[in-house]
Design a protein around this ligand. Structure first.
Ligand SMILES: Cc1cc2nc3c(=O)[nH]c(=O)nc-3n(C[C@H](O)[C@H](O)[C@H](O)COP(=O)(O)O)c2cc1C
Length: 368
């Protein structure tokens, strides 16, 4: 099934896409995409942290020959804005992730494909014209998990993004209030054939989390096992502290994504932007540190890079673009962010990404 794609006139920023997506999506789908955990304090903080930072403009610099290119894990990229892994793209477009990846290609953005995609990782790779990374949720069946890794390697994915911050779901009250219901694990395209073990049988009064469930959730030893299993770059997503960053490196991680899962898991965490500087300091440039959470403007990309990120990932805005105008909407959202980012570089006197540093940030609490 396909539909007519049209970007409505006057759609000039990510927030316009969000407003249109809210009008067009069914209420339960919008709640799933836009919502966060519990009271959504972390979700709001992800945005507020960017708003709290101001920029220092510079004038008349010679910026000839500059650009936004970079190399990440051996892959040359045009710019540092990637599509974050998000599940269930068919909620936004009948062609699901296959539409998203076409849009990402249009904007020359690399894409991280979720374990919980509505198409198999092979189906997405078949239509991709842009570098792909595979986001792995370690399943309780570790043999099945190893097969997923082998499938990603065979399909040409260039890195493995292991999401480590979601051993349990957050308290998704907004979803619950909108009566959102997701599929069972084994119904996801990539997880067909997975034998699911149900943990929902606990009696009232019995511990839900500690009653056997924690025997099967991922632990650090799983990272060591993955390291031994694959030669793909291993990137841990969902690190928020210097301690965990240090352990990730000790276990052989090739990269880190500072993320609180878009505020969807543990409400009460700080913004990922707030967690970024300490993690970047701990990593000391030994591996690339990326971040996601709350990026809605090109100036946000600049701020994240100034605080130590090598690149950023964008989650909800891509889904809003997808819901509004399919692949064209995804491409347009990413294009807008890139244009705004380039403007921000020019206006703060940065010729290349290497020039972006703390000097572009107005010192907090100071007039100068
Ligand atoms: C609808 C939705 C589904 C998501 N699914 C996944 C997922 O399957 N795997 C994962 O690692 N992160 C998932 N995330 C988190 C994103 O990768 C990312 O961390 C977050 O969306 C970034 O924040 P932003 O939406 O403010 O850009 C999901 C986020 C959303 C909004």
């Amino acid at each position: 099934m396909s539909r007519a794609y049209e970007i409505p006139p006057g759609t000039v920023a990510v927030e316009d896409y969000e407003a249109l997506a809210r009008e067009r999506l069914p209420a339960d789908a919008f709640a799933y995409i836009a919502g966060g955990a519990a009271d959504e304090g972390t979700l709001r903080r992800n945005r507020a942290a960017f708003d709290d930072i101001r920029l220092r403009s510079r004038v008349l610099a010679d910026l000839r020959g500059g650009g936004t290119w970079l190399e990440l894990f051996g892959t040359a990229l045009d710019h540092p804005i990637l599509v974050a892994p998000t599940g269930r793209h068919r909620l936004a477009d009948p062609d699901g992730e296959r539409a998203t990846v076409v849009g990402a290609g249009g904007a020359r953005a690399a894409m991280v494909v979720s374990t919980e995609a509505d198409h198999t990782l092979e189906e997405v790779a078949a239509v991709a014209r842009t570098p792909l990374w595979f986001q792995l949720y370690i399943q309780h069946d570790r043999g099945f998990t190893a097969d997923l890794v082998r499938r990603a390697e065979a399909a040409g994915y260039r890195a493995l993004v292991v999401t480590v911050d979601a051993p349990v779901f957050g308290a998704r009250n907004r979803e619950q209030r909108a009566f959102y219901r997701g599929p069972k694990l084994s119904e996801f395209a990539n997880l067909r054939g997975l034998h699911t073990r149900h943990v929902a049988h606990a009696e009232l009064g019995e511990s839900l989390m500690f009653g056997g469930f924690l025997d099967v959730v991922p632990r650090w030893e799983d990272i060591a096992r993955l390291r031994a299993l694959t030669r793909l770059p291993l990137i841990l997503k969902g690190i928020m502290t210097p301690e965990d960053a240090g352990r990730a490196l000790a276990e052989g991680a090739d990269g880190i994504i500072v993320s609180n899962h878009g505020g969807r898991i543990l409400d009460g965490q700080p913004a990922s932007l707030e967690a970024l500087p300490a993690v970047a300091r701990a990593v000391e440039g030994r591996v690339p540190v990326l971040m996601d959470g709350g990026i809605r403007r090109g100036t946000d990309v600049l701020k994240a890079l100034a605080l130590g990120a090598r690149a950023v990932l964008v989650g909800r805005p891509c889904l809003y673009g997808l819901a509004v105008a399919g692949p064209a909407g995804v491409a347009h959202v990413l294009h807008l962010l890139r244009c705004e980012f380039e403007m921000a570089m020019v206006l703060t006197g940065c010729r290349t990404l290497a020039d972006i540093g703390p000097q572009v940030l107005w010192p907090a609490g100071q007039a100068q």
